[in-house]
Design a protein around this ligand. Structure first.
Ligand code: PEP
Length: 253
């Protein structure tokens, strides 16, 4: 049975006060309304990780995640945040390879493989993002690109270690655009990713890895997306900033 996960990616949004309000609202609603087998991950900006974690308290269904970490463990890297720092704050998840990091910060496969390794070394669960830009889909090269993204940053892991990864398929053309992939497009790509994992690690391991869909998920489309056989939850951007709608998305799983 794969873990069902809905992660909210707050990106670079909210003041501290607003982050506290959002956390309290989500936490209260999740406690009252969400089934016990769904894991909710709030990926807050670095400065808010500890305040958000404190507000969540002993609510076990919600945990905190970071949106990135350095490939280095320590040293003269001004402005960076390391995996050991996150681990020392007991932050269990970290998003790696988000398309905005790839696009604006030039992150690519080899660097992301290092980030995956350092995160795992410090017992963080990477939520590894992959996904194709529109022009790649229009050339019908989307499956090849996503398989390559998975290979170049994850396929160096051994069979025991790959089980610790969560994958998020996020077509770049659907992120923050209001254009979501159809349920069929999402299912097709998730099946491609799972088959690729099975080819390398065997079906049992591939079947144990959660693959989330991300890209303009909202309360109106989440049910259909989450009903797909190979979609194990969502990575949610814009809607994760609105407590009521985010909880409706979580309840759609
Ligand atoms: C994201 O940033 O990971 C994302 C999926 O954003 P949105 O839901 O706003 O498309």
């Amino acid at each position: 049975m794969r873990a069902k996960i809905v992660a909210g990616n707050w990106k670079m949004n909210k003041t501290l006060e607003e982050a506290n309000t959002l956390t309290s609202e989500i936490s209260g609603m999740v406690a009252d309304e969400v089934r016990g087998d769904v894991k909710v991950v709030l990926c807050a900006p670095f400065p808010y990780l500890l305040p958000v974690k404190k507000l969540i308290g002993d609510q076990t269904r919600i945990v905190v995640g970071a949106q990135n970490c350095s490939e280095h463990e320590a040293g003269a890297y001004t402005g960076e945040v390391s995996a050991p720092m996150l681990a020392s704050m007991h932050i269990p998840y970290v998003i790696l390879g988000h398309s905005e990091r790839r696009q604006y910060f030039g992150e690519g496969g080899a660097l992301l493989a290092k980030k995956v390794d350092v995160a795992l070394k410090h017992n963080l669960t990477p939520i590894y993002c992959c996904g194709e830009p529109l022009e790649v889909r229009e050339r019908n090269e989307h499956e090849a690109l996503v398989k390559k993204q998975v290979e170049e940053s994850l396929f160096h892991l051994d069979a025991e270690t790959i089980k610790k990864i969560v994958i998020a398929y996020e077509p770049v053309w659907a992120i923050g655009t209001g254009k979501t992939a159809s349920a069929q497009q999402a299912q097709d790509m998730h099946a491609v990713i799972r088959k690729h994992l099975a080819g390398k690690y065997g079906q049992a391991i591939a079947d144990s890895i959660s693959i989330l869909y991300g890209g303009s998920v909202n309360a109106a489309n989440a049910k259909e997306l989450f009903a797909c056989a190979d979609v194990d939850g969502g990575l949610v951007g814009g809607v994760s900033l609105k407590s009521r709608e985010f909880v409706e998305v979580i309840k759609s799983i």
